[in-house]
Design a protein around this ligand. Structure first.
Ligand code: NAP
Ligand code: COA
Length: 263
């Protein structure tokens, strides 16, 4: 994968899975700009990415993905500093588990605004700054886009929208030489998302037991897929929602739900 000196921008790249993606891209010699809402967190993340062996230029910026003007500002700043963008990853998201009756219209809108509208804002602002042909856009979606999960009505709705956003943009922007895909991570260890969804060891074990691969994933495993999708090796792949999820998408594989072998 030749990502050396390719220019990347990652929304939500200041922690968790997206920071893991940033680290993998940097390890391939890519130039990486990350942003979140908190400028100090972004500065620290950029320093951390710069320490990855093989890393080159890194930048930490701040904007709320719900603010199109602020997003346009960071996209322009990244492109002015790094050059035309070869890859953009829309990974910023918000989540809190709650039953639908406890999620006010404002709470529902908050998550849809960050996950769905925020991804659109990032991709839309990026379009004029992309290297065309050749650029790759990746959204970070979730299994909730296609599976009903309890206490996740807002995330299910938002991420379902993200999946269709990706397919629609892939369709419209393909002729310009822009590929658009999504990665759907399963439960990834040591992330804010899983801290929120599985706050106790017992609940985490419940998740693990249902997974065909019986373990949580790592951020670098998602990063490896993002690196591949961003590379020339994937230049005929667009409009795809690709799980990196230990089999989450396949359904509940806990031992007591599996049919005994006939042998
Ligand atoms: P995380 O560590 O909480 O990362 C969220 C990132 O988004 C942070 O950089 C955060 O920085 C930024 N962010 C949040 N709201 C923002 C906003 N309004 N504007 C700009 N930036 C914002 O989360 P994670 O658990 O690693 O999840 C990362 C992505 O993977 C999300 O898209 C999530 O839906 C997806 N995912 C996660 C899992 C999992 O197991 N964790 C599974 C499936 C999918 P600031 O706080 O500074 O804004
Ligand atoms: N249950 C029900 N509603 C909740 C809630 C919960 N646990 N947490 C937040 N909300 C509601 C708030 O009550 C508010 O609605 P209201 O004014 O009608 O009560 C609405 O959501 C907005 O909350 P607010 O805290 O003002 O939003 P914010 O923009 O500051 O933060 C969040 C956005 C709520 C998504 C916050 O959790 C966040 O910043 N998350 C980013 C990190 C993250 O979620 N990581 C995991 C990614 S998968």
């Amino acid at each position: 994968m030749d990502l050396k000196e390719r220019n990347f921008l990652i929304s939500g790249g200041t922690s968790g899975i997206n920071l893991g993606i940033a680290r993998v891209l940097a390890s391939h010699g890519a130039h990486v700009a990350v942003f979140g809402r908190d400028p100090e967190k972004a500065r620290v993340a950029a320093e951390e990415i710069a320490e990855v062996p093989g890393a080159s230029v890194t930048m930490g910026l701040a904007a709320d993905v719900r603010d199109p003007d602020a997003v346009a500002g960071v996209v322009a700043e990244a492109a002015e500093t790094l050059g035309p963008l070869d890859g953009v990853i829309a990974g910023a998201a918000g989540n809190f588990p709650a039953p639908a009756v406890s999620i006010s219209p404002k709470g529902f809108k908050t998550v849809v605004d960050i996950d769905l509208l925020g991804s659109y804002n990032v991709f839309w602002s990026s379009f004029e700054h992309l290297r065309k042909p050749g650029a790759s856009l990746i959204a970070i979606t979730a299994p909730q886009a296609t599976q009903v999960w309890p206490h996740q009505v807002h995330v299910c709705a938002a991420k379902a929208g993200v999946n269709m956003l990706v397919r629609s943009l892939a369709f419209e922007w393909g002729p310009a030489g822009v590929r658009v895909n999504a990665i759907s991570p399963g439960p990834i260890e040591k992330t804010e998302g899983m801290e929120r969804l599985a706050p106790t060891p017992e609940i985490a074990e419940g998740f693990r037991r249902k997974l065909p691969l019986r373990r949580f994933g790592r951020a670098d495993e998602v990063g490896n897929l993002a690196a591949f999708l961003s590379s020339a090796d994937a230049e005929y792949i667009t409009g795809c929602i690709i799980p990196c999820d230990g089999g989450t998408d396949l359904g509940d594989a806990s031992a007591d739900c599996l049919t005994p072998s006939r042998r």
